[in-house]
Ligand binder design. Structure first.
Ligand code: AHG
Ligand code: MN
Ligand code: MN
Length: 321
């Protein structure tokens, strides 16, 4: 019987050629464990008391789902015990969390639960992560640790909790996909060196916002609609990005004016949504920009900064520039 490589086998094989990646391989194993724990929890969403909203709000003034809190605490608790990461940033944490691991050489930013409103209705959700080297010039818990441009990421990826659970990651030599075999409790390699197809049959844009975007974004949207024949919006960036990466497509979330006062505001977060996905997109032969420059070249000004985002098919992203 031929069984695809387990994540563990894959990481150990990579280490033979790249012994310098030892710590990154360990970090990857940590993230895989977190993915398994969250996957187990989300699969039981209808059975355990985790559906619905908590009574709290996060730093963005969004009401937190119970699972937002669970997944955030899990990332914090687990990573402070494994001692590999020095600090953590999260959508659900106002400030950087110093994990009190003085020997940790890396910092990680998470969107612990992406698409969290999907959890109540059995739709896909995800976890996004972005790893940087720890800067020695500032304390571990300093926000500046996370104000590094996306180009400096050493590893990034996501776990998609869909009809199956998939771990998708890059450490700079392509994008690799592992699927969780729930019977074995192992992630198995299902696709290596994934490439975004040149064709672009899909576009992901929340069409309800079309009347509320700027004139130039509307012109670009008109072009996208011409290129792509099918519109899909899962309400979870991870799921929409994944489809577009596998099938060919473009994801567009521009700044939106909800007040009617020409006050256009982007929604997605640079450090733990746009940057990691942009790293994956470029590694898969695609591109990502905010409409002006490549996402990976933006120097973040603040931890929770938001950005407009066009990501996926390279030639369409270029058209937006
Ligand atoms: P999160 O659940 O982490 O706050 O992210 C939700 C994001 C993203 O996943 C999705 O693409 C987008 O919000 C959907 O936004 P709309 O509800 O405005 O369409
Ligand atoms: Mn999100
Ligand atoms: Mn989230």
């Amino acid at each position: 019987m031929t069984l695809p490589k387990t994540l563990q086998q894959y990481l150990l094989t990579e280490l033979k050629d790249h012994p310098e990646r030892y710590e990154l391989a360990m970090l990857m194993a940590d993230i895989a464990t977190i993915g398994k724990l969250i996957s187990a929890r989300t699969n039981r969403a209808g059975l355990t008391d985790i559906i619905g909203l908590a009574s709290s709000t996060n730093v963005h003034d969004e009401t937190q789902a119970k699972l937002d809190i669970y997944t955030n605490n899990l990332c914090k608790d687990y990573l402070s015990n494994t001692h590999l990461f020095a600090a953590l940033a999260s959508e659900e944490e106002e400030k950087v969390v110093d994990l009190k691991n003085p020997d940790g050489k890396y910092v990680v930013a998470f969107d612990p639960l992406d698409g969290s409103s999907n959890i109540d209705v059995n739709m896909p959700v995800g976890t996004i992560f972005s790893v940087h080297k720890k800067l020695d010039t500032v304390p571990a818990g300093d926000e500046k640790q996370f104000l590094q441009p996306g180009r400096e990421q050493v590893m990034a990826g996501y776990v998609l909790y869909g009809s199956s659970t998939m771990l998708v990651f890059t450490w700079g030599d392509g994008v690799h996909i592992f699927t969780l075999d729930v019977d074995l409790g192992e992630f198995l390699l299902s696709d290596a060196h994934v490439k975004i197809p040149d064709e672009c049959p899909y576009y992901s844009f929340n069409e309800a916002y079309a009347p509320h975007i700027s004139k130039s974004d509307l012109r670009f949207l008109t072009k996208i609609r011409k290129h792509a024949s099918k519109q899909r919006w899962a309400g979870a960036f991870v799921a929409d990005f994944h489809r577009n990466m596998i099938k060919g497509g473009i994801f567009f979330y521009p700044a939106v004016d909800t007040s009617g006062e020409q006050d256009f505001k982007p929604k997605l977060r640079l450090n733990y949504e746009a940057k990691p996905m942009a790293f994956l997109a470029e590694q898969a032969g695609g591109a990502a920009s905010n409409g002006k420059i490549a996402i990976l070249d933006i120097v973040p000004g603040t931890l929770h900064e938001r950005t407009a985002l066009i990501i996926g098919n390279k030639s369409i992203v270029k058209e937006a520039l």
